[in-house]
Design a protein around this ligand. Structure first.
Ligand code: C5P
Length: 257
């Protein structure tokens, strides 16, 4: 009975064909549709999102332009497919809508790593979407640094921990770890190298050369590179649709482990 109204709906979407879609195709479509609402049920997903802020003094920081939109879209997509999501988020102007998303707000890379390590051991899927600052001031001042009369102040930096690489070292064979790479040149080679170095199962490549695919936009154009170095290029899409493509690819990996 469920086929009746749905077939009418589908047939009307078949422009110019003028005939009803084959029943087995309709059934396959419906199965895919309903699978998608529960294909992550029982799974725990860890996602990092947004920038990190590294304190210089109480009113200044080193940060970047990451909006967090891609990470939040991934969190909503995972939650809508039945996952329990922990979203470790740097400072962003977004809020999570689904009640299946537990937002853990952090500021620095160090704090982000600490929060990730708390939940990583029980996470089935971890997606490192945050734009983590590479360096932090070595000695943040606890009072506002005064303007120098003559000299220009020097801020000494120290390297931040690499969260993805740290989790990559702790990863168990049944866990899936996904990273992002934002590249301006030699994109595929650099992304593949990162995938290997950080022990990732998949890396999502954003190219800054693509229009509509950068910080703050609602759209993204990605390529996915897997650990066997196979690659799929996707079209420019809304970030929520990109999130769907990424999750579909992760499910293929999960099916194999
Ligand atoms: O090395 P690069 O910063 O280009 O790597 C990007 C990937 O590594 C992203 O998945 C990002 O979230 C993650 N990353 C991280 N911790 C860092 C730097 C990058 O988790 N300190």
């Amino acid at each position: 009975n469920i086929i009746e109204p749905a077939s009418g709906y589908l047939a009307s979407g078949l422009e110019g064909k003028g005939r009803m879609e084959e029943p087995e195709n309709i059934l396959a479509y419906l199965e895919r549709y309903f699978d998608r609402t529960s294909d992550l049920s029982g799974k725990s997903v860890l996602i990092t999102a947004g920038p990190t802020y590294e304190k210089i003094d109480p009113v200044r920081f080193i940060g970047n332009y990451s909006s967090g939109k891609m990470g939040y879209a991934l969190a909503e997509e995972c939650a809508s497919r039945g996952a329990n999501v922990t979203l470790v988020s740097g400072p962003v102007a977004l809020s999570a809508k689904s009640s299946n998303i537990n937002v853990v707000s952090v500021e620095s890379a160090r704090e982000m790593l600490d929060e990730c390590q708390k939940v990583f051991p029980t996470s089935d899927i971890s997606i490192m979407c945050a734009a983590v600052a590479d360096y932090a001031p070595a000695n943040p001042s606890d009072h506002k640094i005064k303007r120098e009369k003559q000299d220009v102040p020097t801020i000494t930096l120290v390297k931040n921990p690499d969260i993805a690489a740290t989790l990559g070292k702790e990863k168990r064979p049944e866990q899936v770890l996904v990273g992002f790479a934002l590249e301006t040149d030699n994109e595929a080679v650099n992304a593949s190298e990162k995938l290997t170095r950080k022990n990732l199962d998949m890396i999502v490549l954003n190219s800054l050369r693509d229009k509509g695919a950068c910080f703050g936009t609602d759209t993204n154009k990605v390529s996915i590179i897997r650990s066997d170095k196979s690659r799929t290029d996707f079209a420019l899409k809304d970030k929520s649709e990109v999130a769907g493509d990424i999750i579909d690819e992760i499910l293929k990996i999960l099916g194999k482990v």
